[in-house]
Write a protein that binds this ligand. Structure first.
Ligand SMILES: [Mg+2]
Length: 125
């Protein structure tokens, strides 16, 4: 069954790379949206929840950690939304704390289509 995806990153170029990598991974999304920071993502999710969010950590206005906290605390319509962080930040402490806040996975940059396939396919059923 096709799923919906929201890509959150302050770099438009990185969003394009993520979109291309998702396509190469063979995962099937019927709707893909983009947001430039956590606040923009929250607004989009309020309008229309998605199945999976791929989210950068370091972003202006609202970073990825604050976004995860806010989605989990304030958006019950997104209770089933899976949030996968995509970041160059690879400290285990940071990863652990983001997962504790309610993120469902973590992919470090640079990434491959195989990595996306591995991390996202459990949530594609
Ligand atoms: Mg960034």
């Amino acid at each position: 069954m096709a799923k919906s995806l929201l890509i959150v990153d302050d770099s438009a170029t990185m969003r394009k790379i993520v979109i291309r990598t998702v396509r190469m991974s063979g995962l099937d999304f019927d709707r893909t949206e983009e947001a430039g920071n956590g606040a923009e993502a929250i607004e989009k999710l309020k309008q229309s929840p998605v199945d999976i969010v791929l989210c950068d950590v370091n972003m202006p206005e609202m970073n990825g950690i604050d976004m995860v906290k806010k989605v989990r605390a304030e958006l019950p319509t997104c209770a089933n939304t899976k949030i996968i962080m995509v970041s160059t930040e690879s400290s285990q402490d940071l990863i652990d704390s983001i997962l504790r806040e309610g993120a469902n996975g973590y992919i470090t940059k640079p990434f491959t289509p195989e990595r996306f396939q591995e991390k996202l396919s459990p949530f594609m059923n």
